[in-house]
Design a protein around this ligand. Structure first.
Ligand code: GTP
Ligand code: MG
Length: 378
């Protein structure tokens, strides 16, 4: 079996040589290439390029100046660049021991699976390399949550969050993957029912360098999960719901401070409109940003729309309060809910509309914006 090994790297310079050395030893006698997809801000790409000549197998490095979609985006870029149909994805910090690759290949060569996943949680595997008790707990809880949300597609998989797997790229539609954040395997598994098997492995300690897992990555992951499961609209609703609650809390606070409900509603709306925009940018439409023109223009469209919406909403609010004697905060809640669907359509179809000339591509991508990731299980 020909193999492309894809290694996403972000500032992993001190690990490169050891990684290549151990891969070379583990896969001695096999045909393979190593493709690093590098988003580093340091000299990792140069280190890889220099190391490449010291090894008897092909080593390539694709350095991305714009790290679109982070780790997940890097892996997809690797799938595109790979020369082999079978791609093995592994971290660049040696937490994924290269010595386990032959077992994964042997499993795939039996010919009855689309993906072989190296699992920390299958019996025989261990997760000792997780930094501390908190990371272990977060990993366990998010694994259970994820499995609960995709009971059928993840039935054969104990570790949908691992970054160590061997995939037949002919079994997936690489261009349809919408990676965001850290968990590319989940994206692959949730899109299409694949034939899965696992091999257990011992998750090692990081060899050198620093972890890139952050709290922000955690928030991104939750958004990704919501979007894969229920489509983009649910993530939009989540952000909108958060904004609505913030709006009401601010309004309530200002009224308690003695402000009249109209200026209180105006201030609360202004604050939430701006916050809402950034949450949409970085969570809900993160994968569509690079194709939809300039951020400034999206900001203007989004805030103008929401501003107009608030300007219309506030007279309606006052009719409800003065005319129909609905309590102010309840009336605000009702008008916020009513505005939701219109706002989603406007953002998905106009603010984040792809700026491409080919109409067909634009139409396809717009359709994807409104109903993406609706991967309801059969
Ligand atoms: N290309 C690319 N690689 C990334 C990015 N973020 C992380 N990586 C790489 O993805 C792999 C996994 O990242 P780690 O920081 O090890 O994350 P982790 O294994 O969950 O965290 P630790 O257990 O603390 O090591 C490493 O090879 C990183 O260099 C990114 O934005 N772009
Ligand atoms: Mg790591």
């Amino acid at each position: 079996m020909d193999l492309s090994i894809i290694v996403p790297t972000f500032n992993e310079g001190p690990n490169v040589d050891e990684l290549l050395r151990r891969i070379g030893t583990a896969l001695d006698g096999r045909v393979f290439e190593v493709v690093f997809v590098d988003d580093s801000t340091d000299d990792t790409a140069a280190i890889i390029a220099a190391a490449a000549s010291r090894f008897p197998f092909p080593v390539r490095v694709l350095h991305r100046d714009v790290a679109t979609a982070g780790l997940g985006g890097a892996v997809v870029e690797g799938f595109r660049a790979a020369t082999s149909r079978w791609c093995l994805v592994m971290d660049g910090d040696l937490q994924h021991p290269p010595e386990d690759i032959p077992r994964m290949i042997e499993r795939a060569e039996r010919g009855d699976v689309d993906i072989v996943i190296a699992s920390r949680y299958a019996s025989g595997g261990t997760s000792g390399g997780l930094a501390d008790a908190t990371r272990t707990a977060v990993s366990r809880v998010s694994t259970s949550l994820t499995k609960a949300m995709f009971p059928r597609k993840l039935a054969g998989c104990t570790d949908p969050m691992t970054g160590f797997f061997l995939l037949d790229t002919d079994a997936v539609d690489v261009e349809a993957l919408r990676p965001r954040g850290f968990k590319i395997l989940l994206e692959v598994l949730a899109r299409r029912q694949l034939r899965v098997d696992e091999v257990p492995f011992d998750f090692a300690q990081r060899y050198a360098g620093r972890s890139k897992a952050t709290f922000t990555q955690g928030v991104r992951f939750l958004t990704q999960l919501a979007m894969l499961r229920f489509g983009r609209m649910s993530a939009f609703a989540l952000v909108g719901g958060f904004g609505a609650i913030a709006n009401l809390v601010i309004m309530w606070g200002l009224i308690r401070l003695g402000l009249d409900y109209v200026p209180a509603a105006v201030i609360a709306s202004a604050v939430t409109i701006v916050t809402n925009f950034f949450l949409l940018e970085y969570l809900v439409f993160a994968d569509m940003r690079s194709e939809s023109g300039r951020m400034r223009s999206r900001f203007l469209k989004s805030t103008t729309f929401n501003g107009l919406e608030a300007i219309i909403r506030i007279p309606v609010l006052s009719v409800l309060v003065e005319g129909a004697h609905v309590p102010a905060v309840l009336a605000a809640a009702l008008t916020l809910i009513a505005a939701f669907v219109v706002r989603f359509m406007f953002h998905a179809l106009i603010v984040y509309a792809p700026k491409r000339t080919r109409r067909a591509a634009a139409v396809a991508s717009t359709a994807a914006a409104v109903a993406p990731g609706r991967t309801l299980e059969p």
